[in-house]
Design a protein around this ligand. Structure first.
Ligand code: ZN
Length: 538
């Protein structure tokens, strides 16, 4: 009796130990010091790689380096061609010398300056076009049935060019607003209404980059996946991007001003919708060519007989924007943080798992995608044509420009409320003494602006986490300044200050999130009330 009781007590003690959550266990030693990460960043962002543009020699060099590192870490190739998955692209370039835009009032045409007023977007103008069409202002241009929002209702849009301001009303949840602002979703409703083209006015309240810097690189060629299955905006004939500082002339004679619209848009208030008094003449000459670029895919196999056939994806984009207009005498857009930082993390985590192996039940897929800067194209291709069974991907942890420029005290978790992967990321952050928060700046649309979004659309729970700040805290200005001066600029290079301890802590967080997801028997699931759960149907 007695001895039996002691056995039971010991058992209870053992079970209690096993049930202690990670938060209560003594923290395992850190696996990172920031230095190995930084050494990878230095290679990837070196001037000799010329900013790693999709299709360029510089990107191929970066990829060769990555493959060498992944091999060194003992990973298996998991692409279609060894570590590589080759993808075909079309490239589009506006020939401004043969193109023009003009606003027409009472038969009088007034030309717009490409540099200062508005330019033709080759991303949204795939073929040469000569168009004259009336303009209609459609607010944010959103149709969101879930929230009974239909900004196109009651407007005659057939054969028209619509004008909208980037953004969304405040009562629309971030993820939902982001989703409906994607090219594909937006075009579905515009196209159904008979629209032939669109002018996007950038929202001064959410511009990461000042107009001068956007404009100076406006003629950088755009790309799309060559296969027709990937055309997100069939039938769109023209896309124009408008400088908010020049937008007032679109509203002349309409009874409204852009100042009024911008003020409402800043506070995410509902916007009016009305026909404009001016129409647009557009002559767009587009040159096209084809090229190839690859994703890199590597695998660290799990050991569980069944679960090893399931994959947790760690993704980052290895491409950047290449060589562009000189700023301060520098033409190389090195992309040290965007996303040399994430690519370096992928290589560093692979190395850490070789140096300090962990028992893995599921397998981990290390994915370095191409053409993120061209519109998330490499990940779009991979999500549509994965090199492992599509249903075997259980989660995507995407790392893009996590910005270790301040100590990691706050972690912004994109997708925190959408799935239990988000909840797990939050719990792991908390266990490390880091405060997890949802996106404090929903207007920036970050949820759809990196590669995780292509996994989400295939039903795969995903998160993207970044070193963050709380609104109003002094750190906010550091991030704002970084975006204004370094984001997509030549100064995103290795001469900028970074916090190596912050990077190391972020890597440790990511490693724990991967291992925890690989070793938790249940797959991550969408929250029952998540909008994105619909993609996981069946
Ligand atoms: Zn970027």
């Amino acid at each position: 009796m007695r001895s039996k009781l002691s056995v039971v007590l010991v058992l209870i003690f053992v079970l209690a130990l096993a049930a202690i959550s990670p938060a209560q266990q003594p923290p395992p030693t850190f696996h990172f010091d920031g230095n190995s990460w930084w050494s990878h960043v230095k290679v990837l962002a070196d001037d000799s790689l010329e900013g790693r543009d999709t299709g360029s020699e510089g990107l191929r060099k970066a990829q060769a380096y990555a493959v060498e590192q992944l091999q060194k870490a003992g990973l298996e190739p998991a692409g279609a061609n060894g570590f590589y998955q080759v993808i075909r692209f079309n490239q589009y370039e506006v020939d401004e010398s043969k193109s023009s835009l003009a606003l027409v009032t009472n038969g009088q045409a007034r030309p717009l300056s490409f540099a200062d007023d508005a330019f033709i977007s080759s991303r949204a103008t795939r073929k040469s076009a000569n168009i004259s069409a009336p303009l209609v202002f459609i607010g944010y241009g959103l149709r969101i049935p879930e929230k009974n929002l239909d900004e196109l209702a009651g407007l005659d849009l057939k054969g028209k060019i619509v004008v909208y301001i980037a953004g969304s009303p405040a009562d629309i949840p971030t993820a939902l607003a982001s989703h409906y602002q994607t090219v594909a979703e937006r075009w579905k409703s515009l196209s159904a209404a008979g629209v032939i083209g669109a002018i996007t006015i950038l929202n001064p309240a959410s511009m990461d980059i000042p107009w001068s810097r956007i404009s100076v690189n406006r003629n950088h060629p755009s790309m799309d996946l060559a296969d027709a299955e990937f055309n997100d905006a069939p039938g769109q004939r023209l896309g124009v991007v408008c400088n908010p500082a020049s937008a007032e002339q679109l509203f002349a004679g309409s009874g409204h001003t852009f100042a009024e619209i911008a003020a409402l848009g800043k506070d995410r208030k509902p916007l009016p919708h009305f026909a404009l008094a001016v129409s647009l003449n557009a002559d767009a000459v587009i040159h096209t060519k084809t090229l190839e670029s690859s994703n890199i895919v590597a695998k660290l196999a799990g050991s569980d007989p069944a679960l090893k056939n399931e994959f947790v994806v760690l993704s980052a984009h290895i491409d950047h924007v290449g060589i562009g207009a000189p700023i301060g005498g520098d033409r190389i857009y090195n992309g040290a943080m965007d996303d040399g930082s994430g690519s370096a993390l992928v290589l560093d985590i692979a190395a850490s798992l070789k140096a300090h192996p962990e028992r893995l039940q599921r397998s981990i897929l290390f994915l370095l995608v191409t053409a993120e800067e061209k519109g998330l194209l490499g990940s779009k291709y991979f999500a549509a044509h994965p090199t492992v069974a599509p249903k075997s991907i259980v989660a995507d942890v995407n790392v893009d420009m996590f910005l270790p420029i301040v100590p990691l005290k706050i972690l912004k978790v994109e997708g925190i409320e959408e799935s239990d992967l988000g909840a797990r990321a939050a719990a792991i952050a908390e266990s490390m003494g880091i405060k997890p928060i949802p996106d404090p700046e929903p207007l920036r649309n970050a949820f759809i602006r990196s590669d995780q979004y292509n996994f989400i659309k295939k039903g795969v729970p995903a998160v993207k986490c970044d070193v963050g700040f709380e609104l109003g805290a002094p750190d906010q200005k550091i991030f704002k300044d970084w975006l204004t001066h370094r984001y997509h600029a030549p100064s995103d290079d290795v001469s900028q200050p970074v916090d190596l301890q912050s990077a190391a802590t972020y890597e440790e967080f990511t490693r724990r999130l991967l291992l925890d997801t690989a070793n938790t028997p249940a797959r991550p699931r969408w929250k029952p009330d998540s909008f994105f759960r619909r993609y996981a149907a069946d």
